[in-house]
Design a binder for this molecule. Structure first.
Ligand code: ADP
Ligand code: ZN
Ligand code: ZN
Length: 730
């Protein structure tokens, strides 16, 4: 008898080492091992959980050194071949160790090596020789139950109970040996009932849906550019219905604060099928259950934030990325991936269409639409009867301010309240005031660990650092000169809330920020109250800008536009345009016309004027032309090397050496320069920016730098990372 050649497993192991490792199958294991299943392996004195990336006949590792895996944890792969391929692509594109990429793609519990739970459910069937005659005449329900099982075949206990049968009746049939209990995987139901919405698509929506239906299938990227309230979500629902009708699953990515119960409810109402929903407040167990439902094909629709992209599916047919411009799609640690970009890659590997949608698409996506890489869809009108808001700029110069609000704005708020409508005030700063200053000596309350001022949180009686979460009580007098004249300068949500309460004592004021919504359910409770109210004032941060539909809001006030105009990052102005457009888009979404007011000290700012007068699209094309001129992304490719050290000199020295390592390569290197927050949590933060004219050149430079880093970066005192396509340089 000939033995089959020994199988060698190529395993991805969560370690910073940038390679795969070879193992023999566990001793005594003769079963074939599926690619994509987890194995327990000995690694550097520990037992780790890795994923089998490939099986091969031989290894370059000499036989005596080759170790055996300890156990195979899965019979079915936890990552299918497409996901394996996707993560291998990510490892290469983001130049990140494969083991860490693979573990990013797994739910937490699977990462730890816990078993994939079974989905099996309790079912019932009639016993083979069961006869209703043997039941007493008065046991009519039991007779009906038995007949039901005989006529319709086995059914799940859950179904039977929904049909009005009780556990007791089932048990009685069981005791009489007329029915049998067994467990089975729930069936995959491909036919989904779609509830007809009571909405008639407008021409633009209809044209998009028609084009999608005529799409021959296969990979294609669509950029759906639709102004706020233009009915993008309605279009998603239609595209998904079409996908489901073909027996395929749909994956929908939403931004972190976009996944609201309102959103989920819209899906539930429309589709009568299990949804796999991934949001941050799921327990690990729930998450795994949803993951398992998606992988088994039972869940036909998968909705979630960034990491939902890695959910295994059986027959993916469509990916949608809602609010594709949202920064939460970019992971800011570990594998610094863009879920938007990886969604496109996944769609390509699965050969299915992907839809990127936004009222304010990124310049990257607009560029791709211009070059024909993406097909562009537009929704230029608001759905139903709603009209886009009129936008007014309020010149704040030389105006008296009442807790940050200028008089014309106050008047406008009053008008809105008089009509029984709601106004929303946006300021992207939590707390009462962004600084505490001594009026006598000029002392400023600073976080000891960061190069940042403390924010005053009046209600909590604390000074808090928004960068490292250090907090301390608000001092009564100045620690330098003991003066009692400590003043709070600038405004945050808390101050505006307080100001509004005294300016408009007859109306309810709601503050929505991370501080007021931290408690579970707090946000929901507040939203419910807001929906019940007539006239009311809403104050909040970014949280208010997305996902929520406030039918009664007709007025929006951007309290401090200058705050976002002054960023140092070259993307700051693009972000500004997106934020302003998204926030002002909250006004007048239903049948009442809306009005938005923007307070600024720079009313003549050319880009602000363009945004207000010509709209986001025109504003964005302008910026794109500028980027082309300056050869900034998307006309060049960037990587950001970040390095932190408690000693600023050592940080810059290390980066200097890294810079030398790539000298002579066709890649522009800028730096070392300090991050805009130069010190955070006691660490000094410095950066090196690499910019190249092609992906290939960038990749070569980054690979060279990473190779050299082994002998340059000091692993125990310095933290460092490489960010490909960096989005946030703060
Ligand atoms: P977006 O996602 O673009 O912000 P939504 O899909 O949430 O827009 O639509 C905004 C509102 O308009 C929702 O209340 C939605 O039910 C409604 N709507 C969408 N399409 C239509 C339509 N064709 N006719 C009437 N109302 C519509
Ligand atoms: Zn002082
Ligand atoms: Zn701090």
């Amino acid at each position: 008898m000939t033995h089959p050649p020994p199988q060698i497993l190529e395993v991805a192991i969560p370690s910073p080492l940038r390679r795969r490792f070879d193992y023999l199958p566990p001793a005594g294991c003769d079963d074939p091992i599926a690619i994509g299943s987890r194995v327990q392996v000995p690694f550097a004195g520990q037992t780790l959980v890795g994923v089998v990336m490939a099986c091969k006949p031989g290894s370059e590792v000499p036989a005596p050194q080759l170790k055996s895996a300890i156990a195979v944890l899965d019979r079915l792969p936890v990552l299918d071949s497409q996901l394996i391929e996707l993560m291998a692509w990510a490892s290469d594109y983001y130049q990140h160790p494969i083991g860490e990429c693979i573990s990013t793609a797994l739910p937490n519990t699977l990462r730890k090596g816990l078993p994939v739970p079974t989905l099996e459910i309790t079912c019932w069937r009639a016993a083979s020789l069961a006869d209703t005659q043997t039941l007493p005449a008065r046991a009519t329900r039991q007779q009906q139950l038995l007949q039901h099982l005989q006529q319709h075949g086995p059914a799940s206990e859950h179904q039977l109970r929904q049909q009005g049968f009780s556990l007791r009746q089932l048990q009685q049939l069981h005791d009489r040996q007329l029915a049998e209990r067994f467990t089975a995987s729930p069936p995959v139901i491909r036919e989904v009932t779609v509830q007809p919405g009571n909405i008639r698509l407008n021409d633009e929506q209809q044209a998009i849906c028609d084009e999608f239906r005529q799409h021959p299938g296969g990979f294609a990227t669509f950029l759906l550019e639709g102004i706020t309230g233009s009915g993008k979500t309605e279009v998603y629902l239609q595209l998904i219905a079409h996908t489901l009708a073909q027996g395929r699953q749909a994956l929908v990515l939403v931004p972190e604060i976009g996944l609201t119960p309102q959103t989920i409810e819209r899906f539930r109402q429309r589709f009568d099928c299990p949804l796999a929903i991934f949001h941050s407040s799921l327990s690990d167990r729930q998450r795994l259950q949803h993951w398992q439902q998606a992988r088994s094909g039972q869940a036909r629709i998968i909705i979630g934030t960034r990491s939902a992209l890695f959910t295994a599916t059986t027959e993916l047919g469509l990916i949608i990325v809602d609010e594709e411009h949202d920064l939460s799609y970019k992971q800011q640690d570990g594998l610094r991936y863009s879920a938007r970009d990886m969604a496109c890659m996944r769609a390509k590997l699965a050969d299915v269409p992907v839809v990127l949608a936004s009222a304010t698409p990124t310049l990257e996506s607009l560029h791709n639409a211009q070059t024909g890489k993406y097909r562009r869809w537009q929704l230029t009108r608001r759905a139903g009867d709603a009209a886009p808001p009129a936008i007014d700029i309020i010149d704040m110069r030389r105006q008296p301010l009442h807790d940050g609000i200028a008089e014309p704005a106050l008047q406008s708020l009053q008008e809105c309240l008089d009509k029984g409508e709601q106004a929303l005030l946006f300021i992207n700063r939590r707390g009462f005031a962004p600084s505490l200053i001594c009026h006598d000596c000029g002392w400023i309350a600073q976080c000891p660990a960061c190069d940042a001022r403390f924010t005053v949180h009046q209600q909590a009686g604390q000074l808090r650092c928004h960068h490292c979460n250090t907090s301390q009580p608000i001092p009564r007098h100045c620690p330098e000169c003991h003066s009692l004249s400590l003043i709070r300068t600038g405004v945050g949500t808390e101050r505006i809330e307080q100001g509004l309460r005294s300016l408009f004592p007859d109306y309810p004021v709601f503050r929505i920020d991370r501080d007021t919504t931290a408690r579970k359910g707090a946000m929901q409770a507040m939203l419910a109250q807001i929906h019940q109210q007539q006239a009311a004032l809403l104050v909040g941060t970014q949280m208010l800008a997305k996902g929520h539909h406030f039918p009664n809001v007709t007025r929006v006030l951007i309290v401090d536009a200058d705050q976002s105009l002054g960023g140092t990052d070259f993307r700051a102005i693009e972000r500004f345009g997106q934020l302003i457009t998204q926030v002002t888009g909250r006004a007048g979404r239903a049948d009442k016309p809306g009005r938005a007011l923007i307070q600024t000290h720079f009313p003549d700012h050319p880009q602000l004027a363009r945004l207000v007068n010509r709209g986001y699209h025109s504003f964005a094309l302008d910026l794109l032309a500028e980027r082309r001129l300056l050869q900034l992304p998307p006309f060049s490719y960037q990587a950001l090397v970040r390095l932190e050290d408690k000693d600023p000199q050592l940080a810059t020295q290390t980066l200097q050496k890294l810079r030398q390592a790539v000298a002579g390569l066709p890649c522009l290197v800028i730096g070392p320069f300090p991050a805009s927050l130069q010190r955070r949590a006691w660490y000094y933060r410095y950066q090196l920016l690499l910019q190249a004219g092609s992906r290939q050149q960038l990749k070569q430079a980054v690979a060279t730098l990473i190779n050299a880093a082994d002998g340059i970066v000091r692993p125990h005192r310095q933290r460092w990372s490489v960010d490909i396509d960096p989005q946030d340089m703060s």
